[in-house]
Design a protein around this ligand. Structure first.
Ligand SMILES: NC(=O)c1ccc[n+]([C@@H]2O[C@H](COP(=O)([O-])OP(=O)(O)OC[C@H]3O[C@@H](n4cnc5c(N)ncnc54)[C@H](OP(=O)(O)O)[C@@H]3O)[C@@H](O)[C@H]2O)c1
Length: 302
């Protein structure tokens, strides 16, 4: 299979590329920078879709970029880097004379309203309630293929929780303070923390890229890209401290997080959703890291 990965040079894309190559597939990355095994977004727009059997978009300005203040220009970049790239790929697929058999977007669980009690599956109804849920709405809408034009292309949207892995994402920023014994709960710690190990997310994407067994439905299939274990921030903090053998007694108050990150962004860490991967499991995906202990042990190498 030939797979085209928008934003494939990033944290999730590198893991997905490793997995796909290991399975014998060919990978081409779409990037802002030219290079071997890559095409640029400008080339996609001017030359159209290169031959491919599956396509996935992972491009997007990093939401947790510690070097960027939360302001209008950053928010604009978060929206345009996701929506414009997704639109470019969807348009290229729709215009192709031989479109891929699968088209996958990885979005986020920020569409589900934070709650200490509600449990969300892929069937849960939602409407935007803040800036990040509005982002998910516009992002997912930009992936839609026009009905009838590409009726043999399966469309999949994977709503990912925080992606945990050694080489990037949230863990990269957390490991040092935890190693130094400076780790602690964020806010009350009672908030749910939806997460997934990067290798399981890559596995769900790879499975979604497989050709459909039957003619695909016209609307996208949604899969929650989270681990089946429901964890809170306190459980995550204690478990990370335990596998690192470090104390976790220094909580970070919510007002500090809001001041440093901006409250619209800090919501991702200070509040959270109980997200259940109902359809992901019904579809037969078997997790390698279903719980925090196995995931964090792999990440810290203990
Ligand atoms: N990591 C998580 O915890 C998490 C959680 C939920 C959802 N997601 C979503 O999953 C996708 C993959 O996540 P990731 O952690 O692999 O992302 P990442 O490493 O931060 O970024 C992926 C790629 O996006 C491209 N990119 C960055 N800024 C861009 C911009 N301003 N305009 C266009 N392209 C840009 C870069 O590729 P080039 O430099 O090659 O252009 C980068 O390698 C993202 O869309 C992310 O929002 C991630």
């Amino acid at each position: 299979m030939r797979v085209l990965i928008g934003g494939g040079s990033g944290f999730v894309g590198r893991e997905l590329t490793r997995l796909l190559r290991h399975k014998g597939h060919e990978v081409t990355v779409i990037s802002r920078q030219p290079g071997p095994g890559k095409i640029t977004w400008a080339e996609l727009e001017s030359h159209g879709l290169p031959p491919c059997d599956g396509a996935v978009n992972l491009a997007g300005e990093n939401l947790m970029n510690p070097l960027r203040w939360w302001n209008e220009s950053y928010k604009k970049d978060l929206f345009s880097s996701r929506i414009d790239t997704t639109k470019s790929m969807a348009q290229a697929i729709a215009a192709s004379s031989s479109p891929p058999h699968s088209w996958v977007l990885v979005s986020g669980v920020a569409c589900y309203k934070p709650s200490l009690t509600a449990e969300y599956t892929e069937d849960s109804e939602w409407t935007p309630f803040d800036v990040l849920s509005q982002l998910v709405k516009e992002w997912e809408a930009s992936a839609l293929l026009p009905e009838g034009v590409t009726k043999n292309t399966k469309q999949v949207v994977i709503r990912s929780g925080a992606v945990l892995g050694r080489d990037g994402g949230a863990m990269k920023q957390m490991l040092l303070p935890f190693w130094l014994g400076l780790g602690g709960t964020l806010g009350s710690g009672a908030q749910p923390f939806p997460w997934i190990h990067v290798s399981d997310l890559a596995g769900i994407i790879a499975k979604s890229l497989e050709p459909p067994a039957a003619p695909p439905p016209p609307s996208p299939q949604v899969l929650n890209g989270v681990a089946p274990a429901l964890s809170t921030n306190l459980e995550f903090t204690k478990e990370l401290g335990r596998v690192l053998r470090r104390p976790t007694v220094l909580p970070v108050p919510g007002f500090v997080m809001n001041a440093v990150m901006g409250s619209e962004r800090a919501v991702v860490l200070l509040q959270g959703q109980k997200v259940v991967p109902k359809r992901t499991q019904e579809a037969g995906f078997v997790y390698t890291y279903p719980d925090l202990t196995s995931a964090l042990k792999e990440i810290v190498g203990s």
